[in-house]
Design a protein around this ligand. Structure first.
Ligand code: NDP
Length: 287
């Protein structure tokens, strides 16, 4: 058996903020699997060429982040059911032969669901507002529907994209999925709606220090405001929600859980996530 470390990475633009290298290196130490894991900045117009180069250099797997999840989907011929449902890929799996077809999967949904469970956030019969209709929103919508909330409103800056998203999923709804699914532009969120139980910010607004513009009526004291983004301080969205009495949670746990699922897909071993959550939280607090 080869003792050379196996080569993995995360690809995105921007990428310098990514904590994925730390997470995967910690999983590797924990499981005793020798691997390298680096952050790869792909030019916006050269995703496929950058991935091809990585594979030619012996790379066996990539995590894919903003804004390449749709391009990663197109890059694969062999896609998991989760990836097909999401129409987006966040995990690429390569064989030793760089010419062989890449396999694409999506671990965002399972990552979010494990983190919501970790925080004791219930979904059954709840009213959910999902902000955003990009790769991350696509990745989590299927598992959210399967958790039997009462309804889900998808609201996006571009309302047409939100409508397209629920249309794609509506066609796949199974008879046991009794959820009501609606979509609109952020600016069209009804102001007279009863407050939501859970608001999930799956926009990338937090990356540029912005908060999607929302009416105050979407939340009350019982609402949980979950931002998929994370950082050294609460995001603007989290501050906005906390200031109105809601409980705010960041996406650090989701990051760790989706990474654990990717690690499992590559290595066949499920790493412990509690230790990595604690380590990452401590690093963020000290930076
Ligand atoms: P995409 O680029 O695919 O989609 C971006 C989405 O954000 C679109 O819906 C876009 O709307 C919306 N958007 C961008 N800027 C703004 C803004 N200023 N105001 C309102 N809406 C905006 O990104 P992803 O879906 O892949 O990622 C979204 C976020 O989720 C990122 O912050 C990412 O870091 C985070 N994420 C976190 C994960 C975790 O594990 N914690 C996992 C996956 C993602 P429009 O369509 O109108 O352009």
């Amino acid at each position: 058996m080869s003792t050379h470390p196996k080569i993995y990475g995360v690809i995105g633009n921007p990428i310098s903020h990514s904590r994925s290298p730390l997470i995967h290196q910690t999983f590797a130490q924990q499981t005793g699997i020798p691997l390298t894991y680096s952050a790869i900045l792909a030019p916006l117009d050269s995703f496929a060429a950058t991935v091809d180069r990585f594979r030619a250099e012996g790379g066996l797997g990539l995590n894919v982040t903003v804004p390449f999840k749709h391009e990663a989907f197109a890059y694969c011929i062999d896609r998991s059911e989760r990836a097909l449902q999401a129409g987006a890929v966040n995990t690429l799996i390569f064989s030793q032969d760089p010419q062989a077809p890449a396999r694409g999967d999506n671990t965002d949904g399972v990552g979010l669901m494990r983190d919501l469970a970790y925080h004791g956030i219930e979904l059954t019969d709840k009213r959910i507002l999902l902000l955003g209709a990009g790769g991350a929103a696509r990745g989590v919508l299927g598992p959210l529907i399967a958790a039997h909330p009462a309804n889900i409103l998808v609201a996006n800056r571009n309302g047409g994209t939100a409508k397209q998203l629920i249309q794609d999923f509506g066609a796949d709804l199974k008879s046991q999925d009794i959820v009501t699914l609606c979509a609109c532009a952020l600016t069209d969120i009804p102001r007279d709606e009863v407050a939501f139980d859970l608001i999930i910010n799956a926009t990338s607004a937090s990356l540029s220090g912005e908060c999607p513009s929302l009416p105050d009526t979407v939340l009350q004291g019982h609402t949980i405001a979950y931002d998929m983004a994370y950082g050294t301080a609460p995001t603007v969205f989290m501050d906005w929600a906390s200031a109105r009495g809601a409980r705010a949670v960041d996406g650090l746990g989701m990051l760790v859980e989706q990474a654990a699922e990717s690690f499992y897909l590559w290595q066949g071993v499920y790493p412990q996530t509690e230790q990595v959550r604690a380590r990452l939280r401590a690093e963020l607090h000290s930076s």
